[in-house]
Design a protein around this ligand. Structure first.
Ligand code: FE2
Length: 226
């Protein structure tokens, strides 16, 4: 028993040493702040489990792999390999960033999901879009019109000091649409986010998701950033 412990410890130490020497920060799957079934009937437990355990995990696995390859490419002075890795880093790193926000943008109804925004974000929405209903209509329309896979965002433009609705393709984070943009709310409109339940009817998924949107998270992010 003692022998096994020693061997395991040596292996762990070696792994940590390797990470430390390389200065690499790898990522692991964050826990969801609620159970997989907690957003039903709006989003099924089956979708949530697959989305978190398979899709988000795959972005993290591939991002860590790309970082490892990037380190090797830099160490070898291989500029061609460094450049070639950029798209994998953007796609998988973006996937990890976007999903980490998305899970927090949702909340079970009994924990405040769907409750309209209060405080300064509520005022800003009225000011910039006319009303919460008008903002939701705009996000739903832009999310439904997005061709292929991507995200629809409510963001804050920190320079111009107003709210924006933007879409991004694939796993591009909101910051790719402008360096002063910070995400308050991101809705995943990839088919993997809704197909098992809503089939091809993305507008129904978008219409329903507002019942479990965590406006408190968006409001806190707005107050922190503005
Ligand atoms: Fe997703």
């Amino acid at each position: 028993m003692a022998m096994r412990f020693t061997t395991a410890s040596a292996k762990t130490l070696k792994a940590y040493s390797a990470l430390f020497v390389r200065g690499l920060q790898t990522f692991s799957l964050p826990d969801l702040p609620y159970d997989y079934a907690a957003l039903e009937p709006v989003i099924s437990a089956e979708i949530m489990k697959l989305h978190h355990q398979k899709h988000h995990q795959a972005y993290i696995t591939n991002y860590n792999k790309a970082l490892d390859q990037l380190h090797a490419a830099i160490s070898n002075g291989d500029a061609s390999a460094v450049v070639k890795l950029q798209s994998a880093i953007k796609f998988n790193g973006g996937g990890h960033l976007n999903h980490s926000i998305f899970w927090q943008n949702l909340a079970p109804v009994e924990e405040g999901g769907g409750e309209p925004p209060k405080g300064s974000l509520g005022w800003a929405i009225d000011n910039d879009f006319g009303s919460l209903e008008a903002l939701i209509q705009k996000i739903n329309a832009e999310g439904a019109a997005l061709q292929g896979s991507g995200w629809v965002w409510l963001g804050l433009d920190k320079e111009l000091k107003h709210l924006v609705v933007e879409t991004t393709a694939n796993q591009d984070p909101l910051v790719t649409k402008g360096s002063s943009l910070v995400p308050l709310l991101g809705i995943d409109v990839w088919e993997h986010a809704y197909y098992l339940q809503y089939k091809n009817v993305r507008p129904d998924y978008l219409k329903n998701i507002w019942k479990v949107i965590n406006w408190k998270y968006a409001g806190d992010a707005y107050e922190k950033e503005s």
